[in-house]
Design a protein around this ligand. Structure first.
Ligand SMILES: *Cc1c(COP(=O)(O)O)cnc(C)c1O
Length: 408
């Protein structure tokens, strides 16, 4: 029986049983990138993902890219040509977004513990600030007085509901993110005249593969936005409904079926309360837009057997790809899809422990992965690696070379 360990390959296109991206095989991609290990991001796959989503997304909903999923400047610039806006979560990301073709009023800045310096940069550049605390609001009033600028402000809401089945919950209950719904009425009824009120940001969680959970969260989000609009100092001009769309990583996971989610959004938009009519709605997505368009490539440097278990050692590992190692929010470690780039499918597979060069048992590229016989010099690819890769990893740990990134 022909077996493969990549039945859920998403976008991988094999040619003659080899990994090929943008017409190049792994050795050619490494040559262009300049080294192994490297991340390869596929421009055509990024474009296709956004275009496919746009065909289904109601026209009234603007699409933003949350750049912390992958802030590589060239990739952000490519995405800027495809989406309506960018969401940033730090001063560094703000600068990357401002360098793109997206205008400042379509950039929003969320995140806890914003420093006065980054708030000032946001006010002066004219981006929308999603405020996460009462003190942050007060700081913006000071900055308005000092700079003579009018801050564009939305309130990030910590809702009184959760996004069920989310990989990471970021709303509901006691959270460092956003302002509790219960505290908003007082804040809105005493709105400082120095600040321009734009609306609300309601982001509940990340990496969700269940349409029914997203539908429930959207129902709750629209209902909450209508409740809050009633207290607002003026009609909200925009409501950011968050994102949270997931991608399949692990055996048994199915790609998210967005059709019912989009049908429900269409229904919600057709039944808007008058307080929300004329409002711009924004969906912000990170991982869903970029995660499937990237692979991580590394090279086998040694092979050995220890007490009956085969090991393949590689030049790449958790210092470049922490989330693949299972140490970035996973409770039980599972393998990302891992393939040998020159032999995607084979009827002779064996279980091999693929590990990186770090002196820690946490440095796992793939645990007991079914792969064809490997040799030193073979290239391994970790798929589904376009999001939360290079910049979500401890690259200085152990002092190995940093990873290269190539958008092609
Ligand atoms: C991280 C984050 C996102 C992106 O989440 P994904 O799961 O990558 O889509 C969107 N919005 C905010 C506020 C975030 O903090």
């Amino acid at each position: 029986m022909k077996r493969s360990n990549h039945d859920r390959l998403g976008r991988l296109i094999g040619v003659n049983n080899r990994l090929v991206i943008a017409g190049f095989n792994a050795a050619e991609l490494i040559a262009i990138a300049g080294q192994s290990p490297c991340y390869i991001y596929d421009k055509a796959a990024l474009t296709e993902r956004v275009e496919t989503l746009r065909k289904q997304l109601p026209e009234a909903i603007k699409l933003h890219y949350a750049i912390k999923a992958n802030p590589m400047p060239a990739l952000v610039q490519h995405m800027a040509g495809l989406v309506d806006g960018l969401d940033v979560a730090s001063h560094g990301e703000l600068k990357v977004a401002l360098a793109s073709s997206i205008k400042a009023s379509d950039i929003s800045f969320a995140g806890p513990a914003k420093q006065v310096g980054e708030l000032t940069a946001a006010v002066v550049s004219g981006v929308v600030i999603n405020v996460e605390s009462a003190l942050e609001l007060a700081r913006l009033v000071d900055i308005a007085q000092q700079t003579g600028r009018r801050p564009q402000v939305a309130l990030r809401v910590n809702p009184d509901f959760e996004l069920k089945s989310a990989g990471m919950k970021m709303g509901g209950g006691a959270k460092p993110f956003g302002i509790d719904v219960e505290q908003l009425e007082a804040m809105l009824s005493d709105w400082p005249i120095e600040l321009e009120f734009r609306g609300f940001h309601i982001f509940c969680g990340s990496q969700n593969l269940k349409p029914e959970a997203l539908i429930e969260a959207h129902d709750n989000t629209f209902e909450l936005a209508a409740r809050l609009a009633a207290f607002s100092p003026c009609a909200p001009t925009h409501i950011n409904i968050g994102g949270g769309f997931g991608i399949p990583y692990f055996p048994g996971e199915q790609a998210l079926d967005i059709a019912p989610v989009m049908d429900n959004l269409r229904r919600l938009l057709a039944n808007l309360p008058s307080s929300l009519q004329g409002c711009e709605f924004i969906m912000e997505l990170g991982r869903y837009l970029v995660g499937e368009a990237g692979v991580y490539l590394c090279t086998v440097t040694d092979i050995k057997v220890s007490r009956g278990q085969s090991f393949a050692m590689t030049d790449g590992g958790l210092h470049h790809h922490l989330s693949n190692s299972g140490n970035f929010g996973q409770v039980i470690r599972k393998n990302y899809p891992v393939v040998a780039t020159n032999c995607l499918e084979s009827d002779q597979l064996e279980a091999v422990e693929v590990v990186g060069p770090l002196c820690t048992p946490l440095d796992i590229v793939g645990a007991k992965v079914m792969l064809p016989q490997l040799n030193v010099g073979d290239t391994i690819a970790v798929l589904q690696s376009g999001a939360y890769g290079a910049t979500a990893s401890p690259q200085r740990f152990l002092g190995h070379p940093e990873v290269e990134e190539l958008l092609i």
